[in-house]
Design a protein around this ligand. Structure first.
Ligand code: ASP
Length: 421
Protein backbone atom coordinates (compact mmCIF):
# COMPACT_ATOMS: atom_id res chain seq x y z
CA UNK A 1 0.00 0.00 0.00
CA UNK A 2 1.68 3.16 -1.14
CA UNK A 3 1.55 6.33 0.90
CA UNK A 4 -0.72 8.86 -0.74
CA UNK A 5 -1.24 12.13 1.11
CA UNK A 6 -4.36 12.86 -0.90
CA UNK A 7 -6.13 9.65 0.01
CA UNK A 8 -9.40 10.76 1.60
CA UNK A 9 -9.07 8.52 4.69
CA UNK A 10 -5.67 10.00 5.44
CA UNK A 11 -6.78 13.62 5.20
CA UNK A 12 -9.77 13.01 7.45
CA UNK A 13 -8.02 10.78 9.96
CA UNK A 14 -7.51 13.33 12.71
CA UNK A 15 -11.18 14.33 12.57
CA UNK A 16 -12.17 10.70 12.77
CA UNK A 17 -9.93 10.27 15.81
CA UNK A 18 -11.33 13.37 17.52
CA UNK A 19 -14.90 12.19 16.97
CA UNK A 20 -13.92 8.73 18.24
CA UNK A 21 -12.49 10.35 21.38
CA UNK A 22 -15.71 12.28 22.01
CA UNK A 23 -17.87 9.21 21.43
CA UNK A 24 -15.57 7.13 23.64
CA UNK A 25 -15.80 9.67 26.46
CA UNK A 26 -19.61 9.70 26.26
CA UNK A 27 -19.81 5.88 26.07
CA UNK A 28 -17.48 5.54 29.07
CA UNK A 29 -19.48 8.01 31.15
CA UNK A 30 -22.84 6.48 30.22
CA UNK A 31 -21.95 2.79 30.44
CA UNK A 32 -19.18 2.98 33.09
CA UNK A 33 -17.36 -0.23 34.01
CA UNK A 34 -19.72 -2.36 31.89
CA UNK A 35 -18.91 -0.37 28.76
CA UNK A 36 -15.22 -0.49 29.63
CA UNK A 37 -15.36 -4.26 29.87
CA UNK A 38 -17.30 -4.68 26.61
CA UNK A 39 -14.91 -2.72 24.39
CA UNK A 40 -11.67 -3.00 26.39
CA UNK A 41 -10.43 -5.92 24.28
CA UNK A 42 -10.60 -3.80 21.11
CA UNK A 43 -8.24 -1.29 22.73
CA UNK A 44 -5.93 -4.13 23.77
CA UNK A 45 -6.00 -5.54 20.25
CA UNK A 46 -5.09 -2.18 18.76
CA UNK A 47 -2.24 -1.69 21.23
CA UNK A 48 -0.96 -5.17 20.32
CA UNK A 49 -1.01 -4.32 16.62
CA UNK A 50 1.03 -1.18 17.29
CA UNK A 51 3.47 -2.99 19.53
CA UNK A 52 3.78 -5.83 17.03
CA UNK A 53 5.48 -3.55 14.53
CA UNK A 54 7.76 -1.60 16.90
CA UNK A 55 10.80 -3.91 16.85
CA UNK A 56 10.99 -4.52 13.07
CA UNK A 57 10.15 -0.88 12.37
CA UNK A 58 12.82 0.47 14.70
CA UNK A 59 15.36 -2.07 13.44
CA UNK A 60 14.90 -1.25 9.77
CA UNK A 61 14.51 2.48 10.38
CA UNK A 62 17.74 2.82 12.36
CA UNK A 63 19.87 0.53 10.24
CA UNK A 64 18.80 2.14 6.97
CA UNK A 65 19.01 5.63 8.52
CA UNK A 66 22.47 5.19 10.00
CA UNK A 67 23.77 3.39 6.92
CA UNK A 68 22.72 6.35 4.80
CA UNK A 69 24.31 8.93 7.13
CA UNK A 70 27.69 8.08 5.66
CA UNK A 71 31.03 8.57 7.32
CA UNK A 72 31.70 8.15 11.06
CA UNK A 73 32.04 11.86 11.76
CA UNK A 74 28.48 12.53 10.60
CA UNK A 75 27.15 9.90 12.96
CA UNK A 76 29.07 11.44 15.84
CA UNK A 77 27.67 14.88 15.04
CA UNK A 78 24.07 13.66 14.83
CA UNK A 79 24.50 11.71 18.00
CA UNK A 80 25.83 14.68 19.99
CA UNK A 81 23.07 16.95 18.68
CA UNK A 82 20.46 14.36 19.67
CA UNK A 83 21.79 13.85 23.18
CA UNK A 84 22.26 17.61 23.61
CA UNK A 85 18.63 18.22 22.68
CA UNK A 86 17.30 15.47 24.98
CA UNK A 87 19.24 16.90 27.91
CA UNK A 88 18.25 20.51 27.25
CA UNK A 89 14.54 19.87 26.77
CA UNK A 90 14.17 17.45 29.70
CA UNK A 91 16.06 19.77 32.02
CA UNK A 92 13.80 22.66 31.02
CA UNK A 93 10.79 20.43 31.65
CA UNK A 94 11.96 19.54 35.14
CA UNK A 95 12.55 23.22 35.91
CA UNK A 96 9.03 24.09 34.72
CA UNK A 97 7.70 21.40 37.08
CA UNK A 98 9.79 22.81 39.92
CA UNK A 99 8.44 26.32 39.34
CA UNK A 100 4.81 25.21 39.24
CA UNK A 101 4.99 23.08 42.37
CA UNK A 102 6.60 25.95 44.29
CA UNK A 103 4.05 28.40 42.96
CA UNK A 104 0.86 26.41 43.58
CA UNK A 105 2.12 24.35 46.55
CA UNK A 106 -0.52 21.66 45.96
CA UNK A 107 0.59 19.45 48.84
CA UNK A 108 0.21 22.00 51.62
CA UNK A 109 -2.85 21.03 53.65
CA UNK A 110 -3.80 18.13 51.38
CA UNK A 111 -3.05 15.47 54.00
CA UNK A 112 -6.62 14.97 55.28
CA UNK A 113 -8.21 14.76 51.88
CA UNK A 114 -5.66 12.16 50.82
CA UNK A 115 -6.89 9.67 53.38
CA UNK A 116 -10.16 9.45 51.44
CA UNK A 117 -8.58 8.96 48.03
CA UNK A 118 -8.84 5.43 46.69
CA UNK A 119 -5.58 3.60 46.27
CA UNK A 120 -4.89 0.83 43.81
CA UNK A 121 -2.18 -1.71 43.39
CA UNK A 122 1.09 -0.44 41.92
CA UNK A 123 1.99 -2.04 38.60
CA UNK A 124 5.22 -4.03 38.60
CA UNK A 125 7.69 -2.55 36.15
CA UNK A 126 11.37 -3.13 35.65
CA UNK A 127 13.38 0.01 36.27
CA UNK A 128 17.15 0.43 36.39
CA UNK A 129 18.53 1.15 39.85
CA UNK A 130 21.27 3.60 38.89
CA UNK A 131 22.89 5.40 35.98
CA UNK A 132 25.54 2.66 35.75
CA UNK A 133 22.82 0.00 35.55
CA UNK A 134 21.17 1.99 32.79
CA UNK A 135 24.44 2.07 30.87
CA UNK A 136 25.06 -1.67 31.32
CA UNK A 137 21.49 -2.40 30.19
CA UNK A 138 22.14 -0.65 26.89
CA UNK A 139 24.59 -3.26 25.59
CA UNK A 140 22.82 -6.56 24.87
CA UNK A 141 24.56 -9.89 25.47
CA UNK A 142 22.33 -11.39 22.81
CA UNK A 143 20.63 -9.28 20.19
CA UNK A 144 17.93 -11.86 19.42
CA UNK A 145 17.01 -12.03 23.10
CA UNK A 146 16.86 -8.22 23.26
CA UNK A 147 14.61 -8.13 20.19
CA UNK A 148 12.32 -10.84 21.53
CA UNK A 149 11.74 -8.93 24.76
CA UNK A 150 11.49 -5.54 22.97
CA UNK A 151 14.40 -4.22 25.05
CA UNK A 152 14.48 -0.94 23.15
CA UNK A 153 17.75 0.63 24.30
CA UNK A 154 19.65 -2.59 23.63
CA UNK A 155 18.05 -2.91 20.18
CA UNK A 156 18.85 0.71 19.37
CA UNK A 157 22.47 0.31 20.46
CA UNK A 158 22.94 -2.77 18.28
CA UNK A 159 21.24 -1.16 15.26
CA UNK A 160 23.37 1.98 15.47
CA UNK A 161 26.68 0.08 15.62
CA UNK A 162 25.50 -2.35 12.94
CA UNK A 163 24.35 0.50 10.69
CA UNK A 164 27.66 2.28 11.29
CA UNK A 165 29.64 -0.79 10.31
CA UNK A 166 27.70 -1.03 7.04
CA UNK A 167 29.10 2.38 6.11
CA UNK A 168 32.64 0.97 6.31
CA UNK A 169 32.00 -1.78 3.71
CA UNK A 170 33.25 -1.60 0.11
CA UNK A 171 30.83 -0.08 -2.42
CA UNK A 172 29.01 -3.23 -3.63
CA UNK A 173 28.13 -4.98 -0.37
CA UNK A 174 27.39 -1.58 1.16
CA UNK A 175 24.75 -0.67 -1.43
CA UNK A 176 23.28 -4.18 -1.43
CA UNK A 177 22.82 -4.29 2.36
CA UNK A 178 21.59 -0.68 2.53
CA UNK A 179 19.07 -1.32 -0.25
CA UNK A 180 17.77 -4.41 1.51
CA UNK A 181 17.22 -2.52 4.76
CA UNK A 182 15.68 0.44 2.90
CA UNK A 183 13.21 -1.87 1.20
CA UNK A 184 12.29 -3.60 4.45
CA UNK A 185 11.83 -0.20 6.05
CA UNK A 186 9.41 0.85 3.30
CA UNK A 187 7.48 -2.38 3.78
CA UNK A 188 7.22 -1.70 7.52
CA UNK A 189 5.99 1.82 6.83
CA UNK A 190 3.31 0.42 4.53
CA UNK A 191 2.23 -1.97 7.28
CA UNK A 192 2.17 0.93 9.75
CA UNK A 193 -0.12 2.90 7.42
CA UNK A 194 -2.46 -0.09 7.24
CA UNK A 195 -2.69 -0.40 11.02
CA UNK A 196 -3.18 3.34 11.48
CA UNK A 197 -6.38 3.13 9.44
CA UNK A 198 -7.91 1.48 12.51
CA UNK A 199 -6.80 4.33 14.78
CA UNK A 200 -10.32 5.75 15.32
CA UNK A 201 -11.68 2.35 16.42
CA UNK A 202 -8.74 1.73 18.76
CA UNK A 203 -8.98 5.23 20.21
CA UNK A 204 -12.73 4.87 20.79
CA UNK A 205 -12.17 1.68 22.79
CA UNK A 206 -9.25 3.07 24.80
CA UNK A 207 -11.07 6.27 25.74
CA UNK A 208 -14.27 4.39 26.63
CA UNK A 209 -12.28 2.22 29.00
CA UNK A 210 -10.45 5.17 30.50
CA UNK A 211 -13.56 7.24 31.24
CA UNK A 212 -15.45 4.12 32.32
CA UNK A 213 -12.92 3.15 34.98
CA UNK A 214 -11.12 6.28 36.25
CA UNK A 215 -12.64 7.53 39.43
CA UNK A 216 -13.50 11.15 38.77
CA UNK A 217 -14.31 11.63 42.47
CA UNK A 218 -10.67 11.07 43.37
CA UNK A 219 -9.66 13.80 40.91
CA UNK A 220 -11.68 16.28 42.99
CA UNK A 221 -9.81 15.30 46.15
CA UNK A 222 -6.45 15.76 44.48
CA UNK A 223 -7.56 18.67 42.31
CA UNK A 224 -4.69 21.02 43.21
CA UNK A 225 -2.12 18.37 42.45
CA UNK A 226 -3.95 17.59 39.22
CA UNK A 227 -3.98 21.23 38.19
CA UNK A 228 -0.28 21.69 39.02
CA UNK A 229 0.73 18.83 36.74
CA UNK A 230 -1.66 19.95 33.99
CA UNK A 231 -0.34 23.50 34.06
CA UNK A 232 3.31 22.35 34.08
CA UNK A 233 2.68 20.12 31.08
CA UNK A 234 0.73 22.85 29.31
CA UNK A 235 3.51 25.40 29.80
CA UNK A 236 6.09 22.98 28.48
CA UNK A 237 3.93 21.96 25.51
CA UNK A 238 2.77 25.42 24.49
CA UNK A 239 5.61 27.66 25.65
CA UNK A 240 8.96 25.99 26.27
CA UNK A 241 9.02 23.57 23.35
CA UNK A 242 7.59 26.14 20.87
CA UNK A 243 10.29 28.56 22.02
CA UNK A 244 12.96 25.95 21.33
CA UNK A 245 11.43 25.27 17.90
CA UNK A 246 11.41 28.92 17.03
CA UNK A 247 14.73 30.00 18.53
CA UNK A 248 16.81 27.01 17.46
CA UNK A 249 15.27 26.31 14.07
CA UNK A 250 13.00 29.23 13.09
CA UNK A 251 10.13 26.74 12.75
CA UNK A 252 6.56 27.94 13.22
CA UNK A 253 5.40 26.10 16.37
CA UNK A 254 1.82 26.10 15.11
CA UNK A 255 2.79 24.40 11.86
CA UNK A 256 4.72 21.73 13.74
CA UNK A 257 1.88 21.20 16.19
CA UNK A 258 -0.66 20.73 13.40
CA UNK A 259 1.66 18.44 11.47
CA UNK A 260 2.01 16.22 14.52
CA UNK A 261 -1.73 15.95 15.21
CA UNK A 262 -2.20 12.22 14.61
CA UNK A 263 0.80 11.21 16.70
CA UNK A 264 -0.29 13.51 19.56
CA UNK A 265 -3.80 12.08 19.56
CA UNK A 266 -2.40 8.55 19.50
CA UNK A 267 -0.04 9.27 22.40
CA UNK A 268 -2.94 10.77 24.33
CA UNK A 269 -5.14 7.74 23.73
CA UNK A 270 -2.58 4.99 24.31
CA UNK A 271 -0.57 6.51 27.21
CA UNK A 272 2.48 4.85 25.73
CA UNK A 273 5.28 6.54 23.78
CA UNK A 274 6.41 3.06 22.78
CA UNK A 275 3.10 2.03 21.25
CA UNK A 276 2.86 5.45 19.58
CA UNK A 277 6.32 5.16 18.01
CA UNK A 278 5.14 3.73 14.66
CA UNK A 279 2.66 6.60 14.31
CA UNK A 280 5.31 9.12 15.40
CA UNK A 281 7.81 7.84 12.85
CA UNK A 282 5.27 7.94 10.06
CA UNK A 283 3.91 11.36 10.99
CA UNK A 284 7.36 12.92 11.30
CA UNK A 285 8.37 11.55 7.92
CA UNK A 286 5.18 12.24 5.97
CA UNK A 287 3.83 15.39 7.59
CA UNK A 288 6.80 17.15 9.18
CA UNK A 289 8.96 16.07 6.26
CA UNK A 290 12.14 15.07 8.12
CA UNK A 291 14.53 12.56 6.54
CA UNK A 292 14.89 9.01 7.75
CA UNK A 293 18.54 9.84 8.43
CA UNK A 294 17.61 12.25 11.25
CA UNK A 295 14.32 10.74 12.45
CA UNK A 296 15.82 7.29 12.80
CA UNK A 297 18.32 8.78 15.23
CA UNK A 298 16.05 10.98 17.29
CA UNK A 299 12.70 9.16 17.45
CA UNK A 300 13.32 5.55 18.56
CA UNK A 301 15.86 6.57 21.18
CA UNK A 302 13.72 9.57 22.17
CA UNK A 303 10.68 7.38 22.77
CA UNK A 304 12.67 5.50 25.38
CA UNK A 305 14.88 8.13 27.03
CA UNK A 306 13.56 11.60 26.21
CA UNK A 307 10.45 12.07 28.32
CA UNK A 308 9.81 15.72 29.06
CA UNK A 309 6.26 15.20 30.29
CA UNK A 310 7.49 12.55 32.69
CA UNK A 311 10.24 14.90 33.92
CA UNK A 312 7.61 17.58 34.75
CA UNK A 313 5.58 14.90 36.51
CA UNK A 314 8.47 13.48 38.59
CA UNK A 315 9.42 16.91 39.85
CA UNK A 316 5.90 17.95 40.79
CA UNK A 317 4.99 14.53 42.16
CA UNK A 318 7.99 14.16 44.46
CA UNK A 319 7.74 17.68 45.85
CA UNK A 320 3.98 17.30 46.25
CA UNK A 321 4.58 14.25 48.44
CA UNK A 322 7.18 16.13 50.48
CA UNK A 323 4.72 19.01 50.95
CA UNK A 324 1.90 16.70 52.06
CA UNK A 325 4.20 15.09 54.62
CA UNK A 326 5.18 18.55 55.85
CA UNK A 327 8.85 18.45 54.84
CA UNK A 328 10.54 21.71 53.94
CA UNK A 329 12.70 21.01 50.91
CA UNK A 330 15.79 23.20 50.77
CA UNK A 331 17.07 24.75 47.57
CA UNK A 332 19.92 22.22 47.44
CA UNK A 333 17.46 19.34 47.78
CA UNK A 334 15.27 20.86 45.05
CA UNK A 335 18.29 20.81 42.78
CA UNK A 336 18.70 17.11 43.57
CA UNK A 337 15.01 16.63 42.72
CA UNK A 338 15.51 18.24 39.31
CA UNK A 339 18.49 16.02 38.51
CA UNK A 340 16.89 12.80 39.73
CA UNK A 341 13.61 13.71 37.97
CA UNK A 342 15.69 13.87 34.81
CA UNK A 343 17.23 10.48 35.58
CA UNK A 344 13.86 8.96 36.45
CA UNK A 345 12.37 10.22 33.18
CA UNK A 346 15.24 8.58 31.28
CA UNK A 347 14.76 5.33 33.19
CA UNK A 348 10.97 5.25 32.80
CA UNK A 349 9.78 2.69 30.27
CA UNK A 350 7.63 3.94 27.40
CA UNK A 351 4.49 2.25 28.76
CA UNK A 352 1.44 3.42 30.73
CA UNK A 353 2.05 4.41 34.39
CA UNK A 354 5.84 3.99 34.15
CA UNK A 355 6.32 7.57 35.36
CA UNK A 356 4.57 6.89 38.61
CA UNK A 357 6.66 3.81 39.31
CA UNK A 358 9.99 5.58 38.88
CA UNK A 359 8.95 8.37 41.26
CA UNK A 360 10.53 6.21 43.97
CA UNK A 361 13.94 7.02 42.45
CA UNK A 362 13.32 10.71 43.18
CA UNK A 363 11.83 10.01 46.61
CA UNK A 364 14.86 7.90 47.49
CA UNK A 365 17.16 10.78 46.61
CA UNK A 366 15.45 13.12 49.06
CA UNK A 367 15.23 10.54 51.82
CA UNK A 368 11.55 9.65 51.46
CA UNK A 369 12.06 6.29 49.74
CA UNK A 370 10.95 3.99 52.54
CA UNK A 371 8.49 6.44 54.11
CA UNK A 372 5.11 4.67 54.55
CA UNK A 373 3.22 7.97 54.21
CA UNK A 374 4.91 8.60 50.87
CA UNK A 375 3.95 5.13 49.63
CA UNK A 376 0.33 5.76 50.63
CA UNK A 377 0.27 9.06 48.76
CA UNK A 378 1.72 7.41 45.63
CA UNK A 379 -1.18 4.92 45.87
CA UNK A 380 -3.67 7.80 45.88
CA UNK A 381 -1.85 9.42 42.95
CA UNK A 382 -2.16 6.16 41.05
CA UNK A 383 -5.96 6.28 41.30
CA UNK A 384 -6.04 9.41 39.13
CA UNK A 385 -2.89 8.82 37.12
CA UNK A 386 -4.44 7.77 33.82
CA UNK A 387 -5.54 11.18 32.49
CA UNK A 388 -2.24 12.73 33.63
CA UNK A 389 -0.36 9.88 32.00
CA UNK A 390 -2.21 10.51 28.73
CA UNK A 391 -1.19 14.16 28.72
CA UNK A 392 2.42 13.59 29.73
CA UNK A 393 2.80 10.90 27.07
CA UNK A 394 1.64 13.40 24.43
CA UNK A 395 4.25 15.86 25.75
CA UNK A 396 6.90 13.11 25.68
CA UNK A 397 6.15 12.36 22.03
CA UNK A 398 5.96 16.03 21.11
CA UNK A 399 9.41 16.72 22.53
CA UNK A 400 10.83 13.93 20.35
CA UNK A 401 9.23 15.36 17.23
CA UNK A 402 10.39 18.91 18.06
CA UNK A 403 13.93 17.55 18.48
CA UNK A 404 13.73 15.81 15.12
CA UNK A 405 12.52 18.97 13.39
CA UNK A 406 15.19 21.15 15.03
CA UNK A 407 18.03 18.75 14.24
CA UNK A 408 16.77 18.13 10.68
CA UNK A 409 16.75 21.88 9.99
CA UNK A 410 20.25 22.20 11.45
CA UNK A 411 21.29 19.50 8.96
CA UNK A 412 20.04 21.68 6.12
CA UNK A 413 16.60 20.08 5.60
CA UNK A 414 14.74 23.26 4.67
CA UNK A 415 11.50 21.48 3.75
CA UNK A 416 10.89 20.46 7.37
CA UNK A 417 7.65 22.00 8.66
CA UNK A 418 7.64 24.36 5.70
CA UNK A 419 3.81 24.03 5.61
CA UNK A 420 0.92 22.22 7.26
CA UNK A 421 0.59 18.90 5.46
N1 ASP B 1 3.33 6.68 29.78
C1 ASP B 1 4.49 7.50 29.56
C2 ASP B 1 5.05 7.22 28.18
O1 ASP B 1 4.89 6.14 27.66
C3 ASP B 1 5.55 7.32 30.58
C4 ASP B 1 5.07 7.81 31.90
O2 ASP B 1 4.29 7.11 32.55
O3 ASP B 1 5.43 8.93 32.29
O4 ASP B 1 5.66 8.09 27.61
Amino acid sequence: MEYNPDAPWYRRLHWQVLVAMGLGAVAGLVFGEVGAEKVGWIGDLFMKLLRMIIVPLVLTSIVSGVASVGAGRDIGRLFSKTLGYYLLSSLMAAVVGLMMVNLIRPGVGAGDALGTAASREMPELDTPDSAVDLLLDIVPTNFIAAASTADMLAIIFFCIVFGASITTLPERPRTVVTDIFNSFFQAMMALTSGIIKFLPIGVFALITRMTGTTGFDSIAVLSKYFVTILSGLTIHLFLTLPLLLFLLAKISPWTHFLNMREALLTAFSTSSSGATLPVTIRTVKERVGASNKVSSFVLPMGATVNMDGTAVFECVGALFIAQVLGFEISLGAQFVVVLTALLASIGAAAVPSAGLVVIFIVLEAIGLGGNPGATMIVGAMLAIDRPLDMYRTAVNVYSDSCGTAIIARSEGEEGVDAEVR
